[in-house]
Write a protein that binds this ligand. Structure first.
Ligand code: B12
Length: 237
C-alpha cells in the first residue's frame, strides 16, 4: 500500500470526502509553495444545508461553512504530521485564509491549483471547481509535500463538462459570468467578473447579518450539485 493510499484511508476515516494526488513538478509555483507534489483534500457540504439555499446564503450555510473549514484544517494538519513522521517534507495550507488580498481578491496559494492537477474536477463558468460526485458543493484544503507520485495515484486534469449549460451564470445575482467554457491555463478574469461577484456578496451578507463572504448560488444552481443534493436528500442520508 502506497504512503498516499495509507494517508487517504486515514483522512477519509477522519471525515474527508475525497483526496487527490497532484504532480506539481511542472507547475511553476512561487518559492514559498514550490513542492513537487500536492495532496488535495475535499470535504463535501451537507446536501440538506445546500438544499436550503434558494436565492441567498443562509445561517445554516454559514454554520456549515465554518464546520467544514474547521474539519479541512484539522485534516490538513493531521496529514502534514503523518507525512513528516513518514520522513517527508509537508506543508498544510488551511481551508480559507482571512488574510487574502482584498483588492486582488486572491490568497498566496490557490486550492484549486492542487485540485485541478489532482484531476478532482474542472472549473465551471463562474470559476468554481465542479466535481462529478458533489458538483461544486465541496470545499478544499491542501498539503504540499515532497512525497513522490505513484503511477496508481495520478489522474489526468479533467476537461470541462459544462458544455452549453449556463445554469450558474443565469442564477448569479451579480451576473458575473462571462459564459465561457474553461480550459487549463485560463485566467480567472477570462471567466468571471470577480469584483462584481465580491461586491454583490458583501452587499447581501450585510443585509442578512452574515459575517463571512459567502453566497452559494453558483454552487446550488449547478446541475451536478443538484444531482448530489437530490440523490442524498430523498434517501434521508
Ligand atoms: C479570495 C477568495 C474569494 C474571493 C475571490 C474568488 C475567486 N474566484 O478568486 C471572493 C470573496 C469573491 C470569493 C467568493 C467565493 N468563494 Co472563495 N475563496 C477565496 C480564497 C481565499 C482565495 C482564492 C484566490 O486566491 N483566487 C485567485 C484566483 C486567480 O485563483 P482561483 O480562481 O481560486 O484558482 C485558479 C488557480 O488555481 C488557477 N491555476 C490552475 N493551475 C495553476 C497553476 C499555477 C502555477 C497558477 C499560478 C494558477 C493555476 O486556475 C484556477 C481557476 O482560475 C480561496 C481559498 C484558497 N486559498 O484557494 C476561497 C475559495 C476559492 N472560495 C470558495 C467558495 C466556495 C466561494 C464562494 C462560492 C462563496 C461561498 N463560500 O459561498 C464564492 C464563489 C465566487 C467564485 N465565483 O469563485 C472555495 C471554492 C471551492 C470550489 N468548489 O471551487 C475556496 C477554494 C475555499 C475552500 N477552501 O474550498 N472567494
Amino acid at each position: 500500500m502506497s504512503i498516499f493510499s495509507e494517508l487517504k484511508s486515514k483522512l477519509i476515516d477522519g471525515g474527508a470526502s475525497h483526496l487527490g494526488f497532484a504532480d506539481l513538478a511542472n507547475v511553476n509555483l512561487s518559492e514559498e509553495f514550490s513542492y513537487p507534489s500536492g495532496i488535495s483534500i475535499a470535504v463535501a457540504l451537507r446536501p440538506e444545508v445546500l438544499a436550503g439555499i434558494i436565492d441567498n446564503p443562509t445561517v445554516d450555510y454559514e454554520a456549515e461553512y465554518e464546520l467544514v473549514n474547521a474539519k479541512l484544517d484539522e485534516l490538513s494538519y493531521m496529514g502534514e504530521k503523518f507525512l513528516k513522521e513518514a520522513g517527508y517534507k509537508a506543508k498544510a495550507i488551511p481551508a480559507t485564509t482571512r488574510t487574502y488580498d482584498p483588492v486582488e481578491l486572491s490568497a498566496p496559494y490557490q486550492h484549486k491549483t492542487t485540485a485541478i492537477h489532482a484531476g478532482l474536477g474542472w472549473i465551471g463558468k463562474l470559476d468554481i471547481l465542479v466535481t462529478e460526485q458533489y458538483g461544486s458543493g465541496v470545499r478544499f484544503a491542501t498539503i504540499l509535500t515532497d512525497l513522490p507520485p505513484e503511477e496508481e495515484d495520478l489522474k489526468p486534469i479533467a476537461a470541462s463538462k459544462c458544455g452549453a449549460c449556463t445554469s450558474c451564470a443565469d442564477a448569479c445575482p451579480a451576473d458575473a459570468s462571462k459564459r465561457l467554457n474553461w480550459e487549463t491555463g485560463m485566467k480567472r478574469e477570462e471567466l468571471v467578473d470577480i469584483k462584481a461577484c465580491n461586491k454583490s456578496i458583501i452587499e447581501r451578507v450585510k443585509l442578512l447579518g452574515i459575517k463571512h463572504s459567502i453566497c452559494g448560488i453558483c454552487i446550488v444552481s449547478c446541475p451536478w450539485t443538484r444531482r448530489y443534493i437530490d440523490a442524498n436528500i430523498d434517501s434521508g442520508r
